[in-house]
Design a protein around this ligand. Structure first.
Ligand code: IDP
Ligand code: MG
Length: 139
């Protein structure tokens, strides 16, 4: 499994608030190369599948509602040690716990509406990238 790619979504709140440009600038300035990228919107079924690992959690319904309410920017990013370095760049799930300068510290409103997604493993990065992109959309 390759260790140099991760998958991200700039979530609906980031698009709604006009933070896409600033977040992408931070991502590329941090050394990530954009392999694939698009504006897209998940259906309820898409979000239920993408977040299936959380389907027993009390916030699942709220999460699906949030992630489907508007467009997202989906992207695959490349860098050495991409998964771990991107998790460091985005910061903790709850922006209140996120380190200064991280994307969630700067742009997330709450633990639920937290601006960005980042894959948590190389295996999930590959699964999540393939969920959103065909091979012809990766460069
Ligand atoms: P992560 O995005 O930092 O990997 P996960 O625990 O995988 O965090 O949770 C997935 C997403 O579910 C979070 O990014 C956030 O949008 C939402 N979420 C997680 N915990 C809560 C919560 O306690 N309340 C509401 N939403 C949550
Ligand atoms: Mg996660």
């Amino acid at each position: 499994m390759r260790t140099d790619r991760t998958f991200t979504m700039l979530k609906p709140d980031s698009v709604e608030k006009g933070h896409v440009g600033a977040i992408l600038e931070k991502i590329t300035a941090s050394g990530f190369r954009i392999v694939a990228m698009k504006l897209t919107q998940m259906t309820t079924a898409d979000a239920q599948e993408f977040y299936a690992v959380h389907n027993e959690r009390p916030f699942f319904g709220e999460l699906v509602e949030y992630m489907t309410r508007g467009p997202i920017v989906a992207a695959i990013l490349e860098k050495d040690n991409a998964v771990e370095d991107f998790r460091t760049l985005i910061g903790a799930t709850n922006p209140a716990d996120a380190a200064d300068g991280t994307i969630r510290k700067l742009y997330a409103a709450s633990i639920g509406e937290n601006a960005v997604h980042g894959s948590d493993s190389d295996e999930n990065s590959a699964i999540e990238g393939a969920f959103h992109f065909s091979g012809r959309e990766m460069f």
